[in-house]
Design a protein around this ligand. Structure first.
Ligand code: ADP
Length: 246
């Protein structure tokens, strides 16, 4: 398999050696390695450059390091070596309020959903817009169409505990996309979904992408990823390889 090289972007190799990032680069992993405190080596010299509007899938077996790679991108984990740049920020240097502000511009679909149990579906999704300081009218304008997109408008008033795993997963997707973030990170977003809902989620992500969002989706399901035209990469033994180039 062909390894992803240091300065490669999806459509052409970059010859620039500028210290600052070109403005269109929204994600850059530069020689990133990750070894957890207990000695588990997970990523080794990984390089990835994504521009605004890129949409990629990252596949790999369970334990390959897919979640870790996403965690590095939203600052939940720090690299052991290398640098991580997202949306113009050097993520490794962000702390406190600056990290919180940075995360408001990144939509994340977590594998374990992270829904607020004592809030309804609508309240869980609206919470993102409230945190962004959106007015009530704007929140109402966005809420229902987003729930419709993931097929959950009829569950708006339900609490998470009353939903199936797949429905909770779709709430977490609605929450990640409702604020139209410039970058969306989705960790196994169809792990609990049937084929019909997995197809619906793929269309929803593609729709968000047409509005310019950069999207990274991890999945163990290469067949699902292959339903789209998007490039596919694979994490294998800590390194990133092309499966389907753009
Ligand atoms: P994937 O998402 O591809 O299933 P992960 O990124 O979750 O893989 O995990 C990659 C490897 O790192 C696994 O061996 C996992 O056990 C290990 N790992 C993940 N998180 C931690 C942690 N907090 N501490 C130690 N090891 C971890």
């Amino acid at each position: 398999m062909l390894k992803v090289s240091t300065r490669e972007t999806l459509d052409r190799p970059t010859t620039s050696h500028r210290k600052t990032l070109p403005s269109e680069v929204i994600v850059r992993l530069q020689d990133v390695s990750k070894v957890y405190d207990d000695g588990t080596a997970c990523l080794q010299d990984v390089n990835l450059n994504l521009k605004r509007g890129d949409f990629i899938f990252i596949t790999g077996t369970s334990g390959a390091g897919k979640s870790t790679l996403l965690k590095l991108l939203y600052g939940e984990e720090l690299p052991s070596a290398g640098r991580v740049y997202v949306n113009g920020f050097d993520v490794d240097c962000l702390k406190g309020d600056r990290l919180a502000k940075f995360r408001r511009r990144v939509g994340v679909v977590f594998q374990d959903y992270k829904l607020i149990p004592n809030r309804t579906v609508a309240e869980n999704v609206a919470f993102v817009l409230q945190a962004q300081g959106k007015r009530q009218r704007e929140i109402e304008r966005r809420l229902l169409p987003t729930l419709k997109m993931v097929g959950l408008s009829h569950k708006a008033d339900c609490f998470p505990a009353r939903l199936s795993g797949g429905e909770q997963q779709r709430v977490s997707i609605a929450r990640a996309i409702v604020g139209t973030p410039p970058l969306l990170l989705a960790d196994e977003p169809t792990g609990n979904l049937d084929a019909e809902n997995a197809g619906r989620i793929l269309r929803t992500l593609q729709n968000l992408n047409t509005y310019g969002a950069t999207i990274i989706v991890t999945t163990h399901d290469r067949q699902w990823a292959a339903l789209s035209e998007c490039p596919i990469l694979q994490l294998h033994q800590g390194q990133l390889y092309w499966v389907k180039k753009p």
